[in-house]
Design a binder for this molecule. Structure first.
Ligand code: GRG
Length: 295
């Protein structure tokens, strides 16, 4: 199957699983369950869950064993977007092509919808079948570390602190933010997929290098798209980085060098997949697709 129909089919599989994992919209109190579903089903690319399922397959397992971690990482990702869009953070009104959670439901419910998605992620993750090497504790710890103060939240803190300043961040500071804010959750999604397949530590390490390189490349491309695309195309406010004089790869290195950097990182991601042979074909294709994406 070509990559595009494959991605579409995988989106459907992930959406069906998420729909079953989440309380129905009519569950009391209705507002919070509606708000959780509003942001979750607003039309994300489902990149993290798709990578999770593909990593399980690259390690010789059935993707169905990875549906719970796939759902969990998407809940964490959506929570982080809701909170990132709040007036006290990035203050955005458009996400996934629709008004942000706080615009639709008010700030209080938006904070709580994010909290509820963060919490339910671990309820969902706990449903993952254990393997010989990995128990539920290992899965929980993997996602908690990636989402916590040393990674996702830590990256957001460094980002917030960097914003106030007139001078651009240094390249290592920017790399720290991108690794923590973007690459860590992407890497955990991929590692979790491998863990559900009982992958050897060596294979999990190879997936880690793939995830970290892909995650960084993904953020470099995201920064480039913010400069080169419209809000309509991206489904979120474009041009904001430049308007707020934010430190990004294009701001520090220019567009051309940023593109080269994304290419180098993608090559590194491909190299890391050597131990998996043909089984990693989808992971290779996804890496190329992300490098060439225009939204
Ligand atoms: C509030 C704890 C907390 C963290 C916020 C995720 C995040 C950290 C900020 C959002 C803004 C941003 C640039 C994040 C970097 C990761 C990124 C590029 C997110 C967008 O991911 P996509 O493109 O989004 O996969 P969809 O909507 O397709 O799922």
């Amino acid at each position: 199957m070509e990559l595009k129909p494959y991605l579409k089919e995988r989106c459907k599989i992930v959406d069906k699983a998420l729909n079953e994992f989440l309380p129905a919209a009519r569950t009391r109190p209705k507002t919070i369950h509606e708000a959780m579903r509003y942001s979750l089903f607003a039309g994300g690319k489902r990149l993290r869950p798709i990578l999770c399922l593909a990593a399980a397959e690259a390690c010789d397992s059935d993707y169905k064993n990875a549906l719970a971690p796939a759902g969990a990482v998407e809940c964490i990702h959506t929570y982080s977007l809701i909170h990132d869009d709040l007036p006290c953070m990035d203050d955005d009104e458009l996400r996934r092509g629709v008004p942000t959670s706080h615009v639709k439901y008010g700030e209080g419910i938006a904070v709580l919808a994010g909290d509820a998605l963060l919490t339910i992620a671990f309820e969902i993750l706990a449903k993952t079948p254990a393997t010989k090497r990995y128990d539920v504790g290992a899965y929980i710890s993997e996602l908690a570390v990636a989402s916590g103060s040393r990674n996702l939240i830590g990256g957001q803190v460094a980002d917030l602190e960097g914003e106030g300043s007139d001078i651009l961040l240094s390249p290592p500071q920017l790399k720290f933010i991108h690794q923590s804010k973007t690459a860590a959750l992407l890497t955990a999604s991929i590692r979790l997929g491998g863990m559900t397949a009982d992958a050897t530590p060596k294979k999990v390490e190879a997936l880690t290098i793939y995830g970290q390189s892909l995650g960084l490349a993904f953020q470099v491309i995201d920064d480039i798209l913010d400069v080169t695309q419209t809000s309509e195309k991206l489904g979120k406010s474009a041009g904001k980085d430049e308007a707020t004089a934010k430190s990004t790869f294009p701001a520090l290195f220019g567009l051309e060098k940023s593109r080269q950097k994304a290419g180098q990182l993608t090559r590194r991601a491909h190299d890391a997949l050597k131990p998996f042979g043909k089984k990693a074909d989808r992971l290779h294709e996804i890496a190329d697709y992300l490098l060439d994406r225009d939204y």
